[in-house]
Design a protein around this ligand. Structure first.
Ligand code: BDR
Ligand code: CA
Length: 315
């Protein structure tokens, strides 16, 4: 059984990743922490609680609210055109009776790591602010966590918020660079691979038709939420009805790393610059910069990734 902690800015693609983890029989979700990004940290926690209720798992999943802005301050708020007014495409899921913890996300991450040394994989689907703050509180975190798998960055593909930067890293480069330097067993699931795996309207139809009876509420939710994300991708990228599966692929990589090919390369995050702030700088030279190696996903078996993601919700 894989014990997973999830850190998310619970938007539409985060929600698929969370539901996928909750529904995998070989995964136990030990908690969800939230931060700013696709929506506010508080709304992301509300969305997460509702998704946990929707999945109907037979155990309680604690949710902790985290960062409201990047380490360097100044967040200009979410862009409602991407993930909708509430982060999940405007879909009104039934409320959960559960409340978020009083404990902030970073204390929760540090405490869980201490209570389960060497057992937890942390999957971050948002800015790394919560993780950077947890590291500040518990410097032993790289040793206490089994692995960190993060959705973010790009190695060779173009960025999605600047020519060279991806949103989760560009949203808090200082936090990401602290994480890169800390010595975690770190896997980067960036745009090089997430852009290659696309969910289409046909997949939504397949889910609608073949969802297991207990997953009917999930299929109904995705049928409403995904068209919102498709619309944004259509306007931004001039493509037909499909979207990249950023966060779900990171979650799948944490659960089944055999879907991706990785190269371990010393890397840091650019925290200055006019055009390059938030860029992941992976050094391929024979004598590279002094930095821990990051396992960077460079390729993915897209067909198998989609199959694994979708069949989890089927009978
Ligand atoms: C990342 O940014 C967010 O909008 C998505 O949820 C994903 O985590 C993609 O760049
Ligand atoms: Ca996300």
């Amino acid at each position: 059984m894989k014990k997973i902690l999830i850190d998310a800015d619970t938007g539409i693609d985060d929600s698929i990743a969370i539901l996928f983890a909750l529904k995998r029989p070989d995964v136990r979700v030990m908690g969800v922490t939230t931060g700013f990004g696709n929506t506010t940290a508080r709304q992301a926690a509300e969305n997460s609680l509702r998704l946990i209720r929707l999945a109907g798992v037979p155990y309680e999943v604690p949710v902790a609210v985290g960062a409201t802005e990047p380490l360097a301050g100044n967040w200009k708020g979410p862009d409602p055109h991407i993930h909708g007014p509430n982060g999940i495409g405007g879909v009104e899921l039934p409320p959960s009776p559960q409340q978020p913890l009083e404990e902030p996300a970073w204390d929760f991450i540090a405490r869980m790591a201490r209570e389960h040394p060497g057992e937890l994989t942390l999957v971050t689907l948002a800015r790394m602010t919560n993780l950077a703050k947890a590291l500040e509180r518990e410097p032993q975190l790289p040793r206490l966590l089994k692995k960190v798998v993060f959705m973010g960055g790009t190695f060779r593909a173009p960025g999605n918020v600047s020519p060279v930067a991806e949103a989760n890293i560009a949203g808090d480069p200082e936090a990401a660079d602290r994480v890169f330097q800390a010595g975690f067993d770190l896997t980067m699931v960036g745009l090089d691979v997430t852009q290659k795996v696309r969910l289409t309207t046909a997949h939504v139809d397949i889910l609608d038709k073949y969802a297991a009876p207990e997953n009917r509420p999930i299929a109904d939710y995705l049928k409403q939420a995904l068209p919102f994300y498709f619309r944004f991708n259509r306007l931004q990228n001039n493509c037909l009805d499909h979207c990249p599966v950023h966060d779900p692929l990171a979650m799948l990589t944490a659960v089944d790393p055999s879907v991706v090919t990785v190269r371990t390369i010393p890397a840091r995050v650019e925290c200055g610059g006019t055009f390059c702030r938030g860029m992941v700088v992976a050094d391929l030279r024979e004598h590279p910069i002094e930095a821990p190696g990051v396992s960077i996903c460079v390729d993915v078996d897209s067909r198998r990734a989609l199959e694994e993601l979708l069949t989890t919700f089927m009978a």
